[in-house]
Write a protein that binds this ligand. Structure first.
Ligand SMILES: CC(=O)N[C@H]1[C@@H](OP(=O)(O)OP(=O)(O)OC[C@H]2O[C@@H](n3ccc(=O)[nH]c3=O)[C@H](O)[C@@H]2O)O[C@H](CO)[C@@H](O)[C@@H]1O[C@H](C)C(=O)N[C@@H](C)C(=O)N[C@H](CCC(=O)O)C(=O)O
Ligand SMILES: Nc1ncnc2c1ncn2[C@@H]1O[C@H](COP(=O)(O)OP(=O)(O)OP(=O)(O)O)[C@@H](O)[C@H]1O
Ligand SMILES: N[C@H](CCC[C@H](N)C(=O)O)C(=O)O
Ligand SMILES: [Mg+2]
Length: 509
């Protein structure tokens, strides 16, 4: 492909030959091959301009920058907004795969991953294969790609979309993070259905305040329908969330469908007569003249909301209400979201969940409180190099809603784990509760929680969910809450065998 075929009417200043051949695209000099176009992005750790020479040495024929670079060894395109330009360039290079797919984009602070899994189950029930891009992985057909980001860079999204479409799959469900919206990773992508789940405090290190965070999320809705696809577009909004109401005022040109679980509120998709049980949730779902009793295996009111969002997205994408209900009732367990660990008959429960904001922690603890238990023992930490202000809030929620808490580490990244814990403690001390212990090493914290657990208790391991790593200043090491829990369950079971009741007395052998 010639460079000139990849340029359009965006303002760009070309230095060199427009007929230069482009055989690939990359924003990483280490992945550049012969005749690639290299995008020199300024990042949060380093500046891609530093790697232009390496990109050229690796074969780059075109350099794309946002300020002129001194070289005669490659053609150069100088643009104003490199992230937006990169997405549009990617669309042209991969020949608009988004126009060949029915794309659902899910945004909001919490619930995106869960909703994508539920939609995937609903589509599968209708015999429809879909691709999924999200936090856990990127997957389609039998292919599973490890996810570095919830929403990858635009060039990666276009490449995956091209592969999905070429493999014959017609649907794509993707999580759209606020970082992606701010950093132009989905700029120009033609979504068909977009969903807003909720907005609560998160990522304010990046967005500065809730207005900035909301502004980022609203981009997905403002831009819906701006492309070339002629089919009807639909925006699905949780109207029970205050930011859902705000979203109605940002100027959405597509059709809007609302969902709600509040009795008297007007909405298109409504949940009522909700019963939260130990093994899931049951509720009535009403849409127009249709009504069904839904039974999901996911516990907690937040999952009723997720189910509403998923069903609405599926129905607005053309799935019949009846089929969507059937699929939802069969939707599968989401890895690391309220995932139960087998406690081999020890009489207490262990639940692994990805709650890493105070709102998520509150929701999951509320869901667990609905299950009859003796005590709730929570293990959690907060991520390093992320929003510091959520730490005390999570600390407060954890001690207020649990019987006992182990405060520990969760991807401290470049920060000192104990410093993060001190931030968490500020919130705990504010409420004056003493029902907690600091155990910096996460494995030891999980071990202690399991050793403490007794018949009827629930141990919540929060924050890491499906993650199979722990990131600290020394690097990334394998770590899985489920695996560690299984290890100490085993140990506890063995220890238990050594305790024998003889008449009124217990003997430890
Ligand atoms: C803050 C942020 O978004 N960072 C993303 C960004 O990395 P960066 O800005 O740190 O990049 P950098 O290391 O400074 O490098 C700058 C440029 O030089 C290039 N480079 C670098 C080295 C080299 O040898 N050659 C070279 O060309 C890099 O490829 C890059 O283009 O670009 C990377 C490649 O696409 C992303 O993986 C990375 O996400 C990091 C891992 C991250 O943690 N991001 C989080 C904050 C994030 O985006 N999260 C959201 C939301 C999660 C959620 O709530 O669900 C997400 O969508 O994942
Ligand atoms: N609808 C919801 N409202 C509030 N909390 C939720 C909701 N759904 C899930 N949660 C909580 O948030 C956690 C993360 O859920 P999920 O992974 O589905 O969300 P996400 O938006 O994809 O998160 P992330 O941005 O980290 O990828 C869950 O483990 C649960 O504790
Ligand atoms: N997508 C979120 C995940 C946080 C999960 C938690 N385990 C942490 O590392 O803070 C983020 O990157 O901020
Ligand atoms: Mg997610």
């Amino acid at each position: 492909m010639k460079l000139k075929e990849l340029l359009s009417d965006e303002s760009a200043f070309i230095i060199g030959d427009e007929n230069t051949e482009v055989s690939g695209v990359s924003y990483d000099s280490r992945k550049v091959g012969k005749d690639y176009a290299f995008f020199a992005l300024s990042g949060h750790n380093t500046d891609g301009r530093k790697y232009i020479a390496e990109a050229i040495a690796n074969g780059a024929s075109v350099i794309i920058t946002d300020s002129k670079y001194d070289t005669n060894d490659a053609a150069q395109v100088v643009v104003k907004d490199i992230f937006h330009f990169m997405s549009l360039f990617g669309a042209r290079f991969y020949n608009y795969p988004d126009r060949e797919l029915n794309i659902m984009g899910i945004t909001g602070t919490n619930g995106k991953t869960t909703v994508t899994y539920m939609i995937e189950s609903i589509l599968a029930n209708s015999g429809i294969e879909c691709g999924v891009i999200g936090t856990v992985n990127y997957r389609y057909k039998s292919k599973v790609i490890e996810a570095d980001n919830t929403t990858p860079q635009s060039l990666d999204i276009y490449k995956i979309m091209r592969d999905i479409s070429d493999s014959g799959v017609k649907y794509l469900v993707m999580e759209v993070s606020s970082h992606a919206l701010s950093l132009g990773r989905v700029y120009g992508i033609e979504f068909d259905v977009v969903v807003f789940t909720n907005l609560t405090r998160e990522h304010l290190d990046f967005h500065k305040n809730m207005d900035g965070y909301f502004e980022a999320k609203s981009v997905l809705f403002k831009e819906l329908g701006a492309g070339k696809k002629s089919n009807k577009k639909c925006a699905i909004i949780n109207i029970d969330d205050e930011y859902g109401e705000k979203l109605l005022k940002v100027g959405i040109s597509a059709e809007i469908k609302l969902y709600s679980a509040i009795k008297k509120r007007a909405a298109d998709f409504k949940a009522g007569d909700i019963e939260i049980a130990n093994n899931g949730a049951v509720f009535n779902l009403i849409f127009c003249n249709e009504r069904a009793r839904i039974r999901i295996k996911h516990i907690g009111l937040h999952n009723v909301y997720n189910a509403l969002a998923a069903l609405a997205a599926a129905v607005c994408s053309g799935i019949s209400f009846e089929k969507a209900v059937e699929g939802l009732n069969n939707s599968r367990q989401v890895p690391g979201r309220l995932e139960k660990v087998n406690t081999i008959g020890l009489g207490f429960e262990i639940v692994v969940d990805y709650a890493h904001t105070d709102d998520a922690l509150e929701n999951v603890l509320r869901a667990l409180k609905e299950i009859k238990s003796k005590r709730i023992i929570t293990v959690f930490g907060c991520g390093g190099d992320r929003d510091r202000a959520k730490r005390p809030l999570m600390g407060k929620t954890a001690v207020e809603m649990s019987d006992f808490v182990f405060v520990t580490s969760d991807n401290s990244r470049k920060e000192e784990p104990y410093q993060i814990i001190l931030d968490i403690e500020v919130g705990i001390k504010r409420v004056g509760k003493k029902n907690y212990k600091v155990v910096v090493d996460r494995e030891t914290a999980i071990k202690e929680a399991i050793m403490m657990a007794d018949k009827g208790d629930i141990v919540l391991l929060a924050g890491k969910g499906h993650e199979t790593y722990q990131i600290a200043s020394c690097g990334k090491a394998h770590f899985s809450d489920v695996e560690v829990a299984e290890k100490y369950i085993d140990l506890k079971a063995k220890q238990k065998v050594a305790v024998k009741q003889v008449g009124q007395r217990e003997f430890i052998f």
